[in-house]
Ligand binder design. Structure first.
Ligand SMILES: *Cc1c(COP(=O)(O)O)cnc(C)c1O
Length: 447
């Protein structure tokens, strides 16, 4: 063990980790990065097909983002948006966000992270309904296996059962319906009918609770941490119809999907969703500095602007100047480099075809992708879809082989997922898929 690994094992608690296992094996120290590659302290080069945690959309060496942060730190390293103050980066970014986010969304509440966005939306939707005199509209409907962050509110909105169980932290007035996970949960072949059925669970839940008691529905357009769950095409139009019919606010958690991930600026465009509130983080700064924001639709903003009480909510780092400066540079860079048109015209279709080739592998029952996210389902039997014994931890085995062969892919059970930087080239996509195949081969050999 190197000195650093030892310091880490002896003193650092890591997120979402089993400490005994981690400290026995030791952490992998990542020392530097360039383009879409990260390098550990032994100089081992690894293609980062997860963009860090779904965030480093413009890759690791985007000089304009570094310059924006450095310049802002030199001018005004910190000030806040409390007590009737603002600063240039926050004001400029708010204006810029109103231009790139879906039409009719022109106000933003800044936060420091995705979790804080979701804490914010709980407060904000309840505050909104109270201002309209509908104090009972409090319950928020979310989905099982959703990920909305790790604060108590984020984890409560999320549908990760093991998180709920471990600390018993589900706050009241949040309920969960089933996810539209066709590969894992659709019994027959009719995936579109399955999508409709899962969407209609929202209607059933609203009727069960009474629409006067329901404030909002929250969902990721594509579930990320749950295993890149791409909904059937029938799903979102039905959800939209139901939210409109019963006057339920629709919250799109676009923390992963936003800023180009699906091949459009926002997945709300990809799926033709009309969200009332839209959560952003991760790709908003390509991960260079922490920042989040909740976009608010005009009719809701109007109610909030007319309220005669103060909205008692906010964070010390809501709209941190350096983070906002990086977000501005990130958006400008995406525009200057034509990231979205290039994705649409060539990179997304190329990635889709290449990724689909993995279905030919004996371990892979499904290889799906949308925009620049992908998943493969590892199974024991390709025709029945039967999985390997859980205790074999096949996904984890595969992940280890990936890393050995210079690729970061994430395992969610036996589902392997990727979310590569949006600047990835065709050659690099070839390399990604080649390394994934090699890791699958090695996994199969071991089994
Ligand atoms: C990562 C994530 C969050 C939480 O964001 P943090 O910045 O880690 O708090 C919330 N929602 C979704 C969809 C995410 O993927």
């Amino acid at each position: 063990m190197s000195e650093l690994v030892q310091y880490d094992a002896e003193h650092c608690f890591h997120p979402f980790s089993n400490y005994h296992n981690l400290n026995t094996k030791g952490s992998r120290i990542i020392e530097k990065a360039e383009g879409i590659y990260i390098y550990d302290e032994n100089g081992h080069e690894i293609l980062d097909a997860m963009s860090g945690l779904w965030c480093v959309n413009l890759g690791y060496s985007c000089q304009p983002l570094i310059d924006a942060a450095t310049e802002q730190l030199g001018k005004l390293p910190y000030y806040n948006l409390f007590f009737q103050t603002s600063h240039p980066p926050a004001a400029k970014l708010a204006k810029l966000l109103s231009e790139v986010t879906p039409d009719g969304m022109n106000h933003v509440f800044f936060t420091g992270s995705g979790s804080e966005c979701n804490d914010t939306v709980i407060r904000m939707v309840r505050y909104y309904w109270t201002n309209l005199g509908k104090n009972n509209k409090k319950t928020i409907i979310a989905r099982k296996n959703a990920y909305h962050g790790s604060t108590i509110a984020g984890a409560s909105l999320g549908g990760m059962e093991y998180m709920h169980k471990q600390t018993g932290c589900v706050i009241p007035d949040i309920v969960h319906i089933d996810q539209p996970y066709a590969f894992g949960e659709c019994e027959g072949d009719d995936i579109e009918a399955f999508g409709l059925e899962r969407a209609r669970q929202l209607e059933e839940k609203i009727l069960e609770l009474g629409e006067d008691n329901v404030a909002a529905f929250i969902a990721e357009p594509i579930q990320g941490a749950g295993g890149v769950i791409i909904p059937p095409e029938s799903y979102w139009p039905e959800i939209q119809r139901i939210c409109d019919k019963y006057e339920i606010l629709l919250i799109a958690d676009e923390v992963i999907c936003g800023f180009g991930r699906t091949g459009e600026w926002f997945a709300s465009e990809t799926y033709n969703i009309r969200p009332d509130l839209l959560c952003m983080a991760k790709g908003i700064t390509s991960g260079y500095l922490p920042l989040g924001g909740v976009m608010v639709r005009d009719n809701i903003a109007e109610v909030l602007n007319a309220a005669d009480s103060e909205f008692a909510h906010g964070f010390t780092y809501s709209g941190h100047p350096a983070a906002c400066a990086v977000a501005i540079a990130n958006i400008e860079e995406m525009k200057a480099r034509n990231i979205i048109p290039k994705l649409k015209e060539s990179i997304v279709p190329y990635f889709a075809d290449k990724w689909k080739e993995l279905e030919q592998h004996p371990l892979v029952a499904e290889a799906r992708s949308k925009g620049m996210v992908g998943a493969i389902e590892i199974v024991r039997d390709k025709t029945s879809g039967e999985r390997y014994d859980k205790n074999l931890e096949v996904g984890m085995q595969c992940r280890e082989h990936c890393i050995e062969n210079g690729l970061i892919m994430r395992a969610v059970g036996d589902t392997m997922i990727v979310s590569p930087p949006l600047i990835i080239t065709k050659d690099e996509i070839d390399l990604l898929v080649e390394r994934a195949k090699l890791a699958l081969d090695k996994t199969l050999t071991n089994l």
